[in-house]
Ligand binder design. Structure first.
Ligand code: GLA
Length: 584
């Protein structure tokens, strides 16, 4: 009896504590939308105008710089276009033929317009663009954000005939140069920093938009060993993905495997900045420029995996059969051009860090592209484990580069990978699919976080736990506690599979209590790479907002918290009571 009385009184005590905890929490929330146990039901915020993605997949083409530097000429570019149109590259997806630096003759004092070097490009750029177009290809052209181009400043590659300081950069001439490019029929602008000014970048975007011509804007903030921004995507005043289609992440590539691996690591660190329509550019390819075939293969596979632009940088007129086969490999290219367009992230590595597994979901549910990358100097076995990928087996495996079936995988797949080489595999198994109800306890299929990890917080300690749930900390927006949610440091992103089963996504958003009233972020909700909601700048002083968007028929949901153009210090942000309405 005595013991039963103790149990009974202990039970009453626990119930009293729980009720007290609930009432404290409810009173903290008032009777508003944040009440515990419920999904948010505030009036949905309209946000700011959403952006349209200009280019859904990374650009593919060719660029003159890696092979020709300042020795590019009209005749060379025409013969390159001939080769691409006829050697299978155009059919494989290569579109843009881009003339890099050294084409400029000067700026016309009367019209204020750039003109081409009359010796090397005698017919001018409009004629060259027309020629490239006549081959069914698109035309790309370089300019710089300074008063001179990179070669005009440095590189030691400037021929004697190429004058220094000809005023060939676009700084202060963005609108007129964008219009000149549009008049010439340019489809792709490579816009290089080179001692330029930050203001030139958004000014060029505005200039291009004013022309009404669709032009891919590929920027490089890292020219000639000068770094424009401390973080390529935000220098603290600009949010680059709002106006560039692609930005370089590194200094210039060279045809060395150490250059390739260093750029892989830089791009990996920047994965959380890439949003739909904005790609991390790992620089022009060095395939066919002197590395071994295995190194070229690893290079090409990783550029494809990381959703970089694929701009060939070799002399495609005289490439070997092996280079030709690699550059046109349909399986590898399909990973780069996959319409979900995610950047691969590191899944696992051995203790030395040289045997790595990289992965990204592809658009079709249940599919993953997996690159087994051997950075070491001897051949080695590398294993990918389905559980790590969040994929349920059995999964069908295929070597994407060779098309060879690797059979059914129940738990893991091991492949021998050559030294400084890579093997690319596609796995088709079963993905976790988001269900009706709270999103926080559910599995996502991909995340990219620049610092820290996604903190999932479900069921504050003291409240009843969902089956299998673990008590964790409470999501606290501005000190208002929520039943569940996720806390991230911007920039951070999550992707879920919806598979067309859901109709509504809803969440409260705001800076976390850990931001200490400071910080500022921008929330974005995307589905199938269509932007559904953009919060605009949210600071510690912004009232909690509710996002509610239709996801009817959508296959994927992408939740993004990114910079609000002032750097990411204190940018600790929450998704509070995120939930889905789904048919099951
Ligand atoms: C910089 C760029 C290169 C190339 C040269 C041209 O170095 O990073 O890709 O455009 O300028 O001078």
């Amino acid at each position: 009896m005595h013991s039963r009385a103790v149990v009974a009184s202990f039970r009453s005590f626990v119930i009293a504590v729980l009720l007290a905890a609930v009432s404290v929490l409810i009173s903290a929330c008032g009777s508003d939308v944040h009440s515990l146990g419920a999904t948010s039901n505030g009036t949905p915020d309209q946000g700011v105008a959403v952006s349209q993605v200009r280019f859904m997949t990374p650009p593919m083409g060719w660029n003159s710089w890696n092979t020709f530097a300042c020795k590019d000429t009209e005749a060379i570019v025409k013969s390159i276009a001939d080769a691409i149109a006829s050697n299978g590259m155009a059919a494989a997806g290569y579109q843009y033929v881009t003339v890099d630096d050294c084409w400029v003759g000067g700026r016309d004092a009367t019209t204020g317009q750039l003109y081409a070097n009359a010796t090397t490009f005698p017919d001018g750029m409009a004629a060259l663009a027309a020629y490239v177009h006549s081959k069914g290809l698109k035309f790309g052209l370089y300019t710089s954000a300074g008063t001179n181009t990179c070669a005009g400043l440095s590189h030691g590659t400037r021929p004697a005939t190429y004058p220094q300081g000809v005023g060939a950069g676009s700084l202060g001439h963005e609108a007129v140069d964008a219009q000149t490019f549009a008049n010439w029929g340019v489809d792709y602008m490579k816009f290089d920093y080179c001692g330029g000014n930050l203001s030139a970048f958004p000014a060029m975007r505005a200039g291009i938009d004013a022309t009404g011509r669709q032009m891919f804007l590929s920027i490089n903030p890292y020219s000639a060993n000068q770094t424009l921004v401390t973080n390529f995507a935000s220098d603290g005043t600009l949010y680059v993905p709002a106006w560039a289609d692609m930005s370089r992440v590194s200094q210039d590539i060279s045809a060395k495997f150490t250059s390739v691996t260093s750029i892989i690591d830089i791009s990996a660190a920047d994965a959380a900045w890439a949003v739909p329509g904005y790609f991390n550019d790992m620089d022009m390819l060095e395939v066919g420029n002197g590395m071994t075939q295995d190194q070229d293969t690893a290079h090409f596979i990783m550029w494809a995996m990381m959703a970089s632009g694929l701009n060939a940088g070799n002399d495609v007129r005289s490439q070997s059969a092996a280079t030709q086969a690699l550059l046109t490999n349909a399986g590898i290219i399909s990973v780069n051009q996959d319409k979900l367009a995610l950047q691969a992230v590191l899944d696992s590595a051995d203790s030395s860090g040289s045997l790595q597994v990289w992965t990204k979901p592809l658009a079709t549910t249940g599919t993953r592209a997996v690159a087994l990358l051997n950075r070491g100097s001897s051949a080695a076995s590398i294993t990918v484990t389905l559980a790590n990928l969040g994929l349920t087996g059995p999964a069908q495996a295929v070597n994407l580069a060779t098309g060879t079936s690797l059979g059914a995988v129940t738990q893991s797949l091991t492949q021998t990978v050559p030294a400084t080489g890579a093997v690319l595999v596609k796995l088709t198994g079963t993905d976790p699919v988001a269900k009706n109800g709270p999103l926080a306890p559910q599995s996502w299929i991909w995340d990219a976080v620049e610092s820290g990890a996604v903190e999932v917080k479900t069921n504050p300690a003291g409240l009843p736990l969902a089956p299998g749930g673990a008590a964790t900390a409470t999501v606290s927006l501005h000190g208002v506690p929520y039943l569940d949610g996720m806390t991230v440091n911007a920039p951070a992103q999550l992707v879920y599979r919806l598979n067309g089963n859901c109709t509504t996504f809803q969440s409260d958003i705001g800076l976390d209590a850990a931001a200490n009233g400071a910080g500022s972020v921008d929330y974005q909700v995307w589905a199938d790479n269509v932007m559904l909601y953009d919060s605009g700048t949210i600071t510690g002083a912004t009232a909690i907002k509710t996002v509610r968007v239709s996801v009817a028929g959508r296959q994927t949901l992408r939740l993004v918290v990114t910079d609000a153009a002032d750097g990411v210090t204190n940018d600790v942000a929450d998704w509070g009571n995120p939930s889905l309405v789904c048919s099951s």
